[in-house]
Design a binder for this molecule. Structure first.
Ligand code: ADP
Ligand code: NA
Length: 337
């Protein structure tokens, strides 16, 4: 068997939230720590993806990129054990994106549910080509490093399928195994939902900050958000039923993710509770206990922007870029350039 290359990225579009954490970042740390021989881990800040949202303030954007690096380090991802990189420092991402766009079908991209939900109802002259095509850039990100395993949240399933489809198509066109088809590593936690609208996923891009808990939230803030979160009127019997009781099911899912317990185990733990106040206090205590060390490390790290930039630059230029350059060179030759 060939060497494992574990690859994942996160967008610097806002502070990391519980959805990112349970859906992805917590698993990055676990993968790093369960190192198998010959395993490479690459974790990146997807800043080129971040500009597919309406224009960000430039100063704020620089700060968000630093915050993303600080968050990755605060989670315990180590620059010694992993390659921590900044996408925009490696021009080969954009280069491979173009090469792959020339073999990706519009129809396939049009069927992506994320695209549908983000573009629905928006005037065609307002929605941008970059938003439509970003899954191709995502495929380029992954394929550039010969990634074998990609730990991401449920919401990325289709995009990983697209990535495999593009790799297969390229390999077929050029008759060889040039691109590796990556496997998705699904995190055990189901999609984390917005706290005040549990029909949507918890997201950085949600306009309402009360919809999410940040890794950097102070305990009082976590308590407040959980207290206010939308549940239902069945307040003496708590069980998991995502269809009919999305609010309470979301809380059970969050606890299950943090504690590494099954949903059934969490249901047993809360079976004796007879009111929402008790349940919500229980849930916020569990979140607070888990996130406090992350927040404390983050507060230290964010004070040292020079160090954070240095980690990102070294990881990008000394570790990630040489691999990326090798891939581009091979592919360009294969394509006849
Ligand atoms: P966001 O949607 O908040 O902008 P990103 O697009 O940067 O987050 O995604 C970073 C990672 O977090 C991805 O692996 C994604 O699957 C995961 N993720 C994002 N939101 C959630 C969620 N609500 N539940 C579970 N995982 C999520
Ligand atoms: Na997103």
């Amino acid at each position: 068997p060939s060497d494992a290359v574990i690859f994942s990225m996160i967008q610097p579009t806002g502070d990391f939230h519980l959805g990112n954490y349970l859906g992805a970042n917590r698993v990055w740390k676990q993968l790093q720590d369960h190192k198998v021989p010959q395993q490479t881990c690459l974790f990146g800040v997807a800043d080129l993806h971040a500009i597919t949202v309406p224009k960000l303030d430039v100063v704020k954007f620089k700060q968000l990129r630093l915050q993303a690096i600080a968050s990755i380090l605060a989670l315990g991802i180590s620059p010694e054990k992993c390659t921590i990189f900044m996408q925009s420092k490696i021009p080969e991402h954009s280069q491979l994106n173009w090469l792959l766009e020339t073999i990706t079908s519009m129809g396939y991209l049009n069927r992506m549910t994320q695209w549908k939900s983000k573009s629905e109802g928006v005037d065609e002259d307002q929605v941008k080509l970059g938003l439509f095509a970003y899954p191709v850039l995502q495929a380029a990100d992954i394929l550039l490093y010969g990634s074998t395993h990609v730990p991401v949240g449920e919401d990325q399933t289709q995009h990983l399928e697209l990535t495999r489809n593009i790799a297969r198509r390229f390999n077929k066109m050029y008759k060889g195994r040039y691109l590796v088809e990556p496997q998705t590593i699904f995190t055990p936690t189901k999609k984390v939902l917005s706290l005040n609208n549990p029909t949507k996923k918890m997201s950085k891009s949600d306009a309402d900050p009360l919809s999410r808990i940040y890794l950097t939230d102070a305990p009082e803030s976590i308590q407040k958000k959980i207290k206010k979160c939308l549940t239902d009127s069945i307040s003496d019997n708590f069980y998991y039923d995502p269809e009919n009781r999305p609010g309470v099911s979301n809380l059970i899912n969050i606890v299950s993710g943090i504690q590494g317990k099954s949903v059934e185990e969490v249901e047993k733990d809360i079976a004796h509770m007879k009111d929402y106040n008790t349940l919500k206090t229980y849930v916020s205590d569990i979140i607070i206990e888990d996130l406090t060390p992350v927040r404390i490390r983050y507060e230290q790290l964010i004070k040292d922007p020079a160090y954070l930039m240095d980690v990102a630059t070294k990881g990008s230029l000394e570790k990630a870029r040489p691999i990326a350059q090798g891939t581009i060179k091979r592919l360009m030759e294969t394509m006849g350039f």
